[in-house]
Ligand binder design. Sequence first.
Ligand code: PLP
Length: 463
Amino acid sequence: MNDLSFLNDLGAVVAADRAHVWHHLSQHKPYETTNPRVIVEGRGLRVWDATGREFLDAVSGGVWTVNVGYGRESIANAVRDQLVKLNFFAGAMGTVPGAVFAQMLIDKMPGMGRVYYSNSGSEANEKAYKMVRQISHRRHGGKKWKILYRERDYHGTTIATLASGGQPERAAQYGPFPDGFVTVPHCLEYRAQWSDADYGRRAADAIEEVILREGPDTVGAIVLEPITAGGGVIVPPEGYWPRVQEICRKYDILLHIDEVVCGLGRTGTWFGYQHYDIQPDIVTMAKGVASGYAAISCTVTTEAVFDMFKDDASDPLGYFRDISTFGGCTAGPAAAIENMRIIEEEGLLENVRLMGARLGDNLAALKEKHAMVGDVRGKGLFWGVELVQDRASRDPVPEGVARAVVAAALDRGVMIGVTNRSLPGFNNTLCLSPALIATADDIDTITDAIDGALTEVGAQANG
Ligand code: PLP
């Protein structure tokens, strides 16, 4: 039997990590001479690393995931109780937590009807793409097969989701990619591509131009983040969403909203799209669904989409012939039920609205104070701070400067992130997404650390 005593010896744990773990999104060369950071424990918004250092985590587990905060015993207990009763059964049959969570979810999503379970955001999006392709075959002779996606959006890390990713940096060196994914322009007004006063409508009209160029009878769906996350925290301008909906209806194009980041309260409503009075056909979600207490993702559709897979029961190919083995794990929905109960009973949507407004105000004050802050944008507890060399030219700071700000905030005990401006070397937007339980003190601690970090890095840059 293996000796697991080293589990309690953090020095040995760090050595094992350094020797054998291949970290996500990481260049490992520096770990030849330094230790990787190993996170050992979390409570609320705080985490502790293997050296005992405490941090306020302003990015919910690094990738906007731990919505209800760390250390939730009630979720751990719900998962434990479910696991000893039934840990798994393949998704061709139902399970109790799977059915209960589906009902709870649909209650929060008027107009939607069905929940398809899998394990990650990428996978949930792949399922959606397969649905669109199969609908094309069943209804349109295979012709309406193209899926539109937007510059700067991200939908996952698999080959097909990278093919539909608007961040070239992520896709570089992983091609060739499958056909049928077509890009539409981003809608970030700060980096405006048109001079129209009605910018939202203009940016949405750009989608129609792509549809007309490709041929409306070849386009099956468009996938969009409600608020772009990793592409620089982009809140679509006024007028954008109603026009997108109008265009989709006009050309019989399914509207797929990727709520992997915004879902489950991040922006102050259950889902990001619910700020905009639109009715999607497909909604995907993952990260905040169970706040990282278990792996779960969902592809949610309207009954109209679902019905297209059962209207010809005599066709042996007529149903959605897809499986995700671990979509049958019960830990995911068991955790998700308790996660949703916490958001509801602790009034976290309201807290997000209040604390989000405070965070927005604090960041606006930092923009007044620091010339390096070019733009501040966000909604709820989801904000981006775009750093520029010069406000007039809006030239982005080199990525090294943004990373120096992140490091200086870390020195002050606060973990923040930096997001992707789509081009290698140009990640220049700080990102903030603290847990939905953040207090006014937490918010002020976060923005004080950024204030100090900007002062320090600004002084270095000028000195
Ligand atoms: N969609 C969006 C908007 C995301 O931000 C992400 C991940 O960051 C994904 C999809 C992919 O999710 P996952 O990493 O769980 O596959």
